[in-house]
Design a protein around this ligand. Structure first.
Ligand code: ADP
Length: 190
């Protein structure tokens, strides 16, 4: 079973490209951002706590997201593959994911990393904020903070997976279809 991390800064297009991979390969899509937004919409205690972090452009605590992923992984049966989107976002999360997968004799196959320049990210997020209603996409200071948090806490995962020989950089600029094609041909080779 392929275990793929779709990686990249906020606005890199992870959610959009995850959908394309799901359609093409029938993978299961696990997005911690979507899961957290569902908790917020349902006004659960977890959602209310997470909202404070999300609205400030900060990361939700590791234990919260690890707990959500653990529950879902326990429920997944045999599928061609799993795509993690927005998870792991810290080295601590990556190590926990490794432990969870080792315990069921699996491991991460590859980190598919969408590479997009900073100015393009800000442009895309502001544009998304106009239509999505996502509060974390409308304020430029929050957007810049998310990108800084990505650089400080999430980008180090590139080194972590490079050392494991699993880092696959993919150009994240161009049309949505062009980028999907790059991802699909990379996954075909795995
Ligand atoms: P984007 O990739 O555009 O930032 P996401 O939907 O992946 O959007 O995440 C939205 C917000 O949810 C993040 O800014 C963060 O606050 C929170 N979040 C999502 N996934 C995680 C995670 N793995 N660890 C901590 N916080 C997370």
């Amino acid at each position: 079973m392929l275990q793929l991390i779709l990686f990249g800064p906020p606005g890199a297009g992870k959610g959009t490209q995850a959908q394309a991979l799901v359609e093409h390969f029938k993978f299961v899509h696990l997005s911690t951002g979507d899961l957290l937004r569902a908790e917020i919409a349902a006004q659960t205690a977890l959602g209310l706590e997470a909202k404070r972090f999300i609205d400030a452009g900060e990361l939700v605590p590791d234990e919260t997201v690890i707990g959500m992923i653990r529950i879902l992984l326990d429920r997944i049966d045999t599928v061609p593959g799993v795509i993690y989107d927005g998870f792991p976002r810290t080295v601590a999360q990556a190590k926990e994911l490794d432990k969870m997968l080792t315990s069921c004799k699996e491991g991460i196959t590859a980190l598919l990393s969408l590479e997009v320049p900073h100015d393009e990210l800000v442009k895309r997020l502001l544009l998304r904020g106009e239509s999505s209603g996502r509060t974390d996409d409308t304020d430029i200071a929050t957007i810049e903070n998310r990108i800084s948090v990505y650089e400080a806490k999430t980008q180090p995962l590139i080194d972590y997976y490079t050392q494991l020989g699993k880092y696959h950089p993919i150009a994240g600029v161009g049309t949505i279809q062009e980028i999907s094609q790059r991802l699909i041909s990379d996954v075909d080779k795995l």
